[in-house]
Design a protein around this ligand. Structure first.
Ligand SMILES: [Zn+2]
Length: 469
């Protein structure tokens, strides 16, 4: 299957391109992380989940991965919120950093290799501004320092905005702004009352948001690396400004591939904290939704398509996952047949190939999941018919392990968590035994108990199998 090449849609070139890494066998990527002033909503988490699928897919295709995800613990929003809460910035952001990691674990998102906190890289940020000053890319106004975008002719190459030539001297101080306000942006904000500040080689103050990512990415991954990711909201101004800062300082390309995840809509409207129409992961769990179902729903739509989040969709995802769990359990507990059975090794090779082809096509998770559901139907048909041989069954489990190394949605008993699967299985076996011994009172009692727990037993030519109803 080495002939399947991984391809990504690169926002920089607006093309689907085969992925290659600068260092052989080692993929290095940078991910804009959360601004830790609140709980993540599932729109944010969709982007972090896309990055999880990216890292897991790179590993499936044989790359060693170094992923850096920053934690923005200082910007306009964190400072404002910490002041409103009346606590120090560190204390305020600590609680949301902890909550963020809990959310990642809940959604089975693998940990990145590095989670730099912006406030731990102030020296590096100041130094980057120093280099830009020496290169003639900046000017001072008051004690703040701005990036003069006319000194970087490539400005706009990622977002493809056209610059208004009459913007000389116009500048913007806030961290977030719209395309119409494309103009000189702030690198370093002068120290103010009620704001944390640091004394550095470029003076006293604090970093602008865009500067933070350039400094942390370069410190941990070098001046040039393979992939930079984020949400489509980040393309302008954030990523455009990151390029201007990093390439303006180093004179080298910053990242080769730029990948961006689309919005998540809630009942067709963009989910955003500023609009107040959002769900946090915590709220959905409080409403009784299983986080693995949420993971499955979020990955069911490829990352470059808008995902419309609805409760009907969540319910459909739950049914999809139940089909997976029921088939796996059935496969586990159905006796093997001696001969070839109804499923053969070629079917499994075809599944593995289709699954990889889906992911290789710009992380098309919908295609990969379709391949999974096709093979699950084949498994059920085989178990209804002639059965499955030991050899095929073990190849299937291997193929499923491989698929789940990317999907991360198969049932698993996590540490400290109990599952009643074993107990149900032994009740099912006891029922079979009672029927053999003509102890119908006992076998009926077991059936009733299982029914009360929502378990349906089917008697098949290969013995009973059970599923959750
Ligand atoms: Zn960033």
């Amino acid at each position: 299957m080495d002939d399947i090449r991984l391809r990504f849609y690169n926002t920089l070139t607006r093309k689907l391109e085969p992925f290659e890494s600068f260092e052989e066998g080692h993929a290095r990527f940078y991910t804009c992380g959360p601004t830790v002033y609140n709980f993540s909503h599932i729109g944010n988490l969709r982007t972090f989940l896309f990055e999880d699928i990216l890292r897991r897919t790179l590993k499936l295709f044989g790359w060693r991965v170094t992923q850096v995800m920053n934690l923005t613990d200082i910007d306009d929003k964190t400072i404002r919120s910490a002041n409103e809460a009346g606590v120090s910035l560190r204390e305020f952001t600590d609680q949301y950093i902890q909550a963020f990691f809990e959310d990642l674990d809940t959604l089975r998102i693998e940990r990145a290799e590095h989670y730099p906190r912006a406030t731990d890289y102030i020296t590096e940020m100041a130094h980057l501004v120093k280099i830009l000053e020496e290169g003639g890319h900046t000017y001072r106004s008051g004690d703040s320092i701005y990036y003069r975008i006319s000194t970087f002719p490539a400005y706009g190459k990622l977002s493809r905005i056209r610059l208004d030539k009459n913007l000389a001297g116009a500048r913007v101080d806030s961290d977030e702004y719209e395309k119409e306000d494309a103009r000189d942006f702030v690198l370093w904000k002068a120290a103010k009352e009620n704001e944390p500040s640091w004394d550095t080689e470029i003076g006293s103050g604090r970093p602008g948001w865009h500067l933070e990512c350039s400094a942390m990415a370069t410190s941990l991954l070098g001046e040039t690396f393979d992939i930079h990711t984020g949400g489509v909201d980040n393309i302008f101004p954030h990523h455009e400004n990151e390029i201007a800062q990093s390439e303006g300082a180093s004179g080298k390309p910053f990242a080769r591939f730029w990948l961006h995840a689309e919005h998540l809509n809630l009942e067709s409207e963009k989910m955003a904290k500023s609009k107040g129409n959002f769900f946090t992961l915590r709220e959905l769990i409080e409403r009784g939704h299983d986080p693995v179902v949420i993971r499955y729903l979020l990955m069911s739509v490829p990352y470059r398509q808008k995902l419309n989040f609805t409760f009907d969709g969540l319910h459909a995802a739950e049914q999809g996952l139940e089909r997976v769990a029921n088939t796996l359990r059935r496969l586990d507990h159905t006796p093997e047949v001696e001969d070839d059975g109804d499923l053969n090794l070629t079917d499994i090779v075809a599944f593995r190939r289709h699954f990889r082809e889906g992911l290789a096509d710009d992380l098309n998770t919908a295609k990969a999941l379709a391949a999974l559901h096709t093979v699950l139907r084949q498994v059920n048909t085989a178990l209804d018919g002639e059965g499955i041989s030991a050899e095929v069954r073990s190849a299937l489990f291997e193929a499923f392990d491989e698929a789940n190394s990317v999907l991360g949605v198969f049932p698993e008993a996590e540490a400290g968590e109990t599952t009643d699967d074993d107990e149900i299985q032994s009740l099912v076996e006891e029922r079979t035994e009672s029927r053999k011994n003509k102890d119908f009172a006992r076998s009926d009692a077991i059936r009733n108990e299982l029914e009360a727990r929502g378990i349906v037993i089917e008697d098949t030519p290969h013995g009973p199998v059970w599923r959750r109803g």
